[in-house]
Ligand binder design. Sequence first.
Ligand SMILES: N[C@@H](CCC(=O)N[C@@H](CS)C(=O)NCC(=O)O)C(=O)O
Length: 212
Amino acid sequence: MNLVLHTYWRSSAAWRVRTVLALKGLAWEAVPHDLRINEQTAADYVARNPQGLVPALEVDGAVLTQSLAIIEYLEERFPEPPLLPADPLERARVRAFALAIACDIHPVQNLRVLRMLRARGLDQAAVDAWAREVMEGGLAACAQLIAERSGPFCFGEAVTLADVVLIPQLANARRFGARTDFPRLEAIEAHALALPAFAGALPAAQSDADPA
Ligand SMILES: N[C@@H](CCC(=O)N[C@@H](CS)C(=O)NCC(=O)O)C(=O)O
C-alpha cells in the first residue's frame, strides 16, 4: 500500500494523522504544503481536496480528506493497536472527546477563520484573544469530560483517538498563549510524548519544519 500524506509540519489536523500512521506502524511519504504562503490553495491540491485544507491522505492514489475520517479508515484497515474501545458506550465517549476538539475548538480557531477575523478589521491582539478564549473554554470542557477517569491516557491504560486529537490541540493552545494548566491533560501529554509514535509526529520532527 502506498500512502502519501499531504501535510504541514505545524498543522494540528495533519499531526493527528501522522500520529496514527506511526501508531499503526505504517510507512508514508510526505507532501508538504506551506500554509503560511497558501500552498494549500494551489489548483493541483484543491483538485485533490476541494476544501483546500491539510491533511489529505492518498491511498494507492485514492484521496481521503478530513483527519478523523482518515483515522477511522486507518483504524478499519489496520485494527492493531485499536484506537477505539470495544465497548460501544466507551467508543461513543472517546469519539465525543475527539469531536469536542475537532469540531468545536479547532475549526473556530483555524488559520482561515483567524484570517477572516483580521480581514473584517479585528487587530492581531483581538484575533489572538479570540483563539485563546475558544481553546481555553474547550480544553476546560475536555478536562471535565475525563475528570472521573484515571490512567496515563484520556480513557485509561491504552492510547485512544482522544489522546491523538488532544496532544496537537494542547500545543496549539500554547502557541497562542492560552492556558493549558489542566493537570490531567498535561499529565496525559507527558505520557503520550514518551511514546515514539507521538514524539515522531511532533511538528519539529517533520522534514518541512521551519522554526522561523
Ligand atoms: N476538519 C479538518 C480541518 C483541517 C484544517 O483546518 N486544516 C488546517 C491546518 S490544521 C488548514 O489546512 N488550514 C488552512 C487554512 O485555514 O487555510 C480536518 O480535521 O482535517
